[in-house]
Design a protein around this ligand. Structure first.
Ligand SMILES: Cc1cc2nc3c(=O)[nH]c(=O)nc-3n(C[C@H](O)[C@H](O)[C@H](O)COP(=O)(O)O)c2cc1C
Length: 210
């Protein structure tokens, strides 16, 4: 079986982590770099990844996660947030980074910047938030695959109260909105979920050839 398929079959949404096992700094660096390399619409990267280190804070967060203890027991807790708004400032920032990175004059890429600004200016506040929010899910997918490749367990999670999270973590929601959680670490031997067969539709159902 191909390594990619092995990795994807190995992973599962972990229900119980072994809190005594910690991710090495080397592996965590790979995870951070994987998140930095996540693609996004126009490359604008309207995301922020909050790494919650404090065990005390994580215990506080458990009640805002409907008692799902993965946020406390995993080695690391990542809160994927998206920018609540997006506008000219973010486009200018991206265009500057693009010019610097590729050694281009600003004038060479400013047309692209104007095009992006024009597109974004037509969006309502809700559309901008929804657009940014979609980028968070791309990051989640990449994070899950990267972790599986490293044989690090992870739980994709939407089951939490974003308002309470923002309050506990001191996130200014005019700037960033918590979208997803991903506790990562190592499965507990006693997590029975790891032994369950994957439930997926068959290829013949999900693919259509035209
Ligand atoms: C966006 C998203 C949100 C999820 N939220 C939760 C959650 O809050 N708690 C949880 O235990 N599992 C959560 N899951 C896990 C799914 O239930 C799980 O991925 C699905 O049943 C497939 O099982 P598998 O990941 O073990 O293959 C979530 C998964 C995704 C992709």
């Amino acid at each position: 079986m191909h390594k990619i398929i092995q990795d994807l079959n190995w992973r599962y949404a972990t229900k119980k982590f072994d809190s005594s096992k910690k991710i090495s700094p080397e592996d965590f660096d790979i995870i951070k770099e994987s998140l930095r390399l996540v693609p996004s619409s126009y490359g604008l990267q309207p995301l922020k990844f909050i790494i919650v280190e404090s065990q005390y804070t994580r215990e506080d967060l458990a009640s805002a996660t409907y008692g799902q203890l993965q946020v406390v027991e995993a080695s690391h807790l990542i809160v994927i947030c998206c920018a609540t708004n997006i506008g000219e400032k973010e486009v200018d920032c991206h265009i500057e980074n693009l010019a610097n990175t590729r050694d281009l004059a600003l004038e060479e890429v400013s047309g692209y910047g104007r095009f992006m600004k024009q597109t974004i200016s037509k969006m309502s506040a809700e559309e901008k938030l929804s657009w940014n929010c979609k980028q968070a899910y791309i990051a989640l997918g990449q994070l899950l695959h990267t972790c599986a490749n490293l044989r690090i367990d992870a739980t994709p999670m939407e089951g939490f109260d974003p308002k309470a999270y923002a309050e506990i973590l001191g996130i200014n929601t005019e700037e960033y909105s918590p979208i997803l959680l991903c506790p990562i670490g190592y499965r507990d031997e006693e997590d029975a979920t790891q032994h369950l067969k994957k439930v997926r539709k068959s290829q013949s159902v999900i693919f259509e050839v035209k």
